[in-house]
Write a protein that binds this ligand. Structure first.
Ligand SMILES: [Zn+2]
Length: 193
């Protein structure tokens, strides 16, 4: 990844676009989006807190395909932070969407060892220095952080292990590659419908 995302400053790719002054970005955290040159310059020049950048990144992740322009930056589209419980519900729904069979392991093949637990980003150089397998695992980590609206890996692990496994009992049988939704997790999914 040869670029850093103008929104969340994470490792990203900037695909060339002919004609217009826009950037076509593919970011580990925000995923794919288009941003105008003016908006990118505004984000660069503006002293925006990392918390606000992360909220914008979460909005971007859920609004794939939107072209981010200077109006968006002036009227910062900030998402509301859902409660811990809503985040757990979102995660388990996504697990069930990917693995609809009861008893199957949900693949959660991410690693957080290359990133500090409280870090919100990985730089272009740090990412480039990982081997391709670890790059995939770091990519998966950022995807799960975006799905669950977690700022960092410490929050994600707290949500998955302390809350969803230990407190709620929705997840069980952790392995190095994934986890299984427990019977009470499935009951909760049925009640969410
Ligand atoms: Zn980003």
């Amino acid at each position: 990844m040869e670029y850093e995302c103008p929104i969340c400053q994470c490792a990203a790719i900037s695909n060339p676009v002919g004609g217009r002054d826009i950037l076509d970005i593919e970011c580990l955290r925000c995923r794919k989006y288009i941003i105008t040159g003016t908006a990118a310059a505004m984000l660069d020049g503006k002293s925006i807190s990392m918390d606000d950048r992360l909220l914008l990144s979460m909005w971007m992740f859920e609004n794939q395909g939107v072209e981010l322009d200077s109006e968006h930056i002036k009227n910062f589209p900030i998402v509301d932070m859902p409660s811990l419980h809503e985040r757990a519900c979102n995660l388990i729904r996504e697990f069930a969407r990917r693995n609809p069979s009861m008893g199957d392991e949900v693949e959660l093949d991410f690693v957080s060892k290359h990133i500090e637990p409280t870090a919100t980003r990985i730089s272009r150089d740090e990412y480039a220095n990982l081997n391709p397998k670890d790059q995939e695992k770091v990519k998966a980590l950022f995807e799960w952080m975006s799905i669950s609206r977690c700022k960092n890996s410490s929050e994600l692990i707290f949500l998955l292990v302390d809350y969803m496994t230990d407190d709620l009992g929705w997840l069980k049988d952790w392995t190095v590659t994934g986890v299984t939704i427990s019977p009470s997790g499935w009951i909760n999914l049925e009640e969410q419908k």
